[in-house]
Design a protein around this ligand. Structure first.
Ligand SMILES: [Zn+2]
Ligand SMILES: [Zn+2]
Length: 316
């Protein structure tokens, strides 16, 4: 049986950087040091005393909270936020997992229930989409809802920043899809640290941006952490553009190790800085008062459509 390159205990996983196996403990320290290097390199925690962590219950957000607590738990105040999206057979388990993580780490986690607190669910958004009553697929609505509620909660409770579990593969998949479709202006936010541009928009940080899917999964296994095992019923089919691009990127990395690092470094150093964007003027949403470039923010539009009967309007 393969042994750990550092201590000789049973090997857990092969790590190419070590040209050999590491045990669970040394693998965990290796992943944590990768995150710590990223945090320092991009000054992700500069000026941050209170950090809110978005927790879906998936492997990335679970690893994120656990790693941030291990590395910085004694220096900054951490709190988690979970949004129960009202997806049958999925949201209940997600909430339980997040609750378990809170007990394991002792980190406070708050919960928002989309149904109880805002009167609609992602299931309802999906039903409307499948009946062609709205144009936006459930994943897109879900993304808007999570971004809006995380930011709003952080602003109201006085957090300095929000951290999310977006990893290397997520960012490369998103970037590749937007390059192919020509929507390059969407790329400018895909950076390790996105500064606040308005008193009601908090700074966003992505400390796992150098870790792959495989690395966060191995990390949660090495540390025996609970994660949601059920797949979201609305996950897009593997035949869609984004998952297909992601799988091609994985194939290239297998043949050319370091491909993903080269891609993400060029994305941050060369591609994103060359994108010209016009500064957007932000107004207050007529309904909720949060910043938006239009009259009514997209969260309030979605909420209005899904909680009223004027659903035939296709303005989403
Ligand atoms: Zn070891
Ligand atoms: Zn609004």
């Amino acid at each position: 049986m393969a042994k750990c390159r550092i201590c000789g205990k049973p090997g857990f996983v092969y790590v190419s950087e070590y040209k050999g196996y590491l045990c669970k403990e040394h693998y965990s320290r290796f992943i944590e040091s990768k995150v710590d290097r990223c945090v320092k390199r991009f000054a992700l925690l500069r000026g941050i005393k209170r950090l809110l962590i978005g927790l879906s219950g998936g492997k990335d957000s679970i690893a994120l909270l656990y790693i941030m607590n291990r590395l910085y738990g004694d220096k900054i105040e951490l709190e988690g936020l979970h949004i129960n999206l009202g997806i049958p057979g999925y949201s209940g388990e997600s909430q339980q997992i997040v609750d378990k993580l809170s007990s394991i780490t002792g980190i406070k986690v708050s919960f928002i229930n989309l149904c109880a607190d805002y009167g609609f669910s992602i299931k309802k958004a999906a039903d409307y989409y499948f009946k062609k009553r709205i144009n936006r697929p459930p994943c897109s609505v879900c993304g808007t809802v999570k971004r809006y509620l995380l930011n709003k909660y952080a602003v109201e409770k006085g957090f300095d920043a929000v951290a999310t579990g977006h990893n290397l593969d997520d960012i490369l998949r998103f970037a590749s899809t937007n390059i192919v479709t020509g929507d390059v202006s969407n790329l400018v936010k895909q950076v390790p640290r996105e500064e606040s541009t308005h008193p009601k928009i908090v700074t966003k940080i992505r400390p796992l941006c150098y870790l792959s899917n495989k690395e966060t999964l191995n990390y949660v296994e090495a540390n025996n952490l609970p994660i949601v095992r059920t797949t979201c019923p609305y996950k897009p089919s593997e035949r869609k553009l984004a998952p297909m691009l992601a799988s091609k990127i994985g194939e290239i990395e297998a043949v050319i190790p370091g491909f993903k690092s080269m891609y993400i470094n060029n994305l941050w150093r060369k591609i994103i800085p060359s994108i010209k964007t016009e500064p957007v003027e932000l107004n207050e949403c007529e309904i909720c008062g949060m910043p938006t470039s239009i009259k009514v923010c997209s969260f309030c539009k979605i909420r209005h459509i899904l909680t009223s009967d004027q659903s035939e309007e296709r303005f989403l």
